[in-house]
Design a protein around this ligand. Sequence first.
Ligand SMILES: Cc1cc2nc3c(=O)[nH]c(=O)nc-3n(C[C@H](O)[C@H](O)[C@H](O)COP(=O)(O)OP(=O)(O)OC[C@H]3O[C@@H](n4cnc5c(N)ncnc54)[C@H](O)[C@@H]3O)c2cc1C
Length: 285
Amino acid sequence: MARIGDLLAAKRTVSFEFFPPKTPNATMALGKAVGELEALNPDFVSITYGAGGSDRHRTGGVVSWMRADTDLEPMAHLTCLGHTRTEVASLLVDYRRNGVENILALGGDAPADGTPAKSDYTYALDLIHDVATTDCFSIGVAAHPEVHPRSASRESDRRHLAEKMRMADFAMTQFFFDVEHYVRLVDEMAALGIDKPIVPGIMPVTNVKQVARMAELSGTAVPTWLTDRLEGCSDPQHVRKLGVEAATQLCQDLLDAGAPGLHLYTLNRAATAKEIVVNLDLVVA
Ligand SMILES: Cc1cc2nc3c(=O)[nH]c(=O)nc-3n(C[C@H](O)[C@H](O)[C@H](O)COP(=O)(O)OP(=O)(O)OC[C@H]3O[C@@H](n4cnc5c(N)ncnc54)[C@H](O)[C@@H]3O)c2cc1C
């Protein structure tokens, strides 16, 4: 068992993100991906949480399964939107009982289907406070290199992130495609007196439409150098190859810029993440 804050203090980490499956086939796909990526000895993995708490049992199930039946160090994403304080307290007790030591404490977004997501919380900071009060978890928070879409200004985005980071052990970023966004974020946080680790999240483009949709939701710009490269590319294998090349280059740029770790979004498939880690010679025997 390991706390991610301690891991980051000791070494540069490699980690993977998964999402909780909804169908038996998706469960099989996740099991296969986890098995293949576990062989690369990642420092930790994270499991996302459904908007408005819709995946609360699924996320808990995957995290507890990983804790019990794999050698992986899991981090549970947890959003405050859609939760009462009592529900959060009960989830945290369950995680603690199952030996889970890492929580990514998030604001969350309202479900896309318009279901109202009532909550005792307004911002992630309130949730971070409740998780920190238990004194049982290493806490990560979300950072948005290109500024969160709901932020009133860049300055307020950074100020609120600094408040979160003062209570947390590390931040993990939204995905982005140009290293400059990350470097600028780290500099801005340093100017606010924050030198805790900021782990970049990397989304390899394997499906142009899917990534364009996710980028729009998160306020991430897909740069023209990338769209130009992918434009007119109808062969999915070719798209994947270009996506792996671009993500490998971004990871290398991030390591050169001093990133404390790399967190790769897998979309529950092993091949792409594996190829990037091997390209970068980051496999730990
Ligand atoms: C690494 C990562 C993982 C994620 N995983 C998930 C997931 O598993 N499930 C999921 O549903 N979503 C996930 N998200 C998305 C996230 O929930 C959304 O981006 C959400 O809209 C914001 O989350 P936050 O934690 O940054 O929220 P907050 O920190 O609450 O910030 C939200 C907005 O409010 C502003 N703000 C904060 N405090 C104040 C204040 N006191 N006054 C005024 N404004 C304020 C911030 O500047 C920002 O604009 C993830 C995001 C990242 C970066």
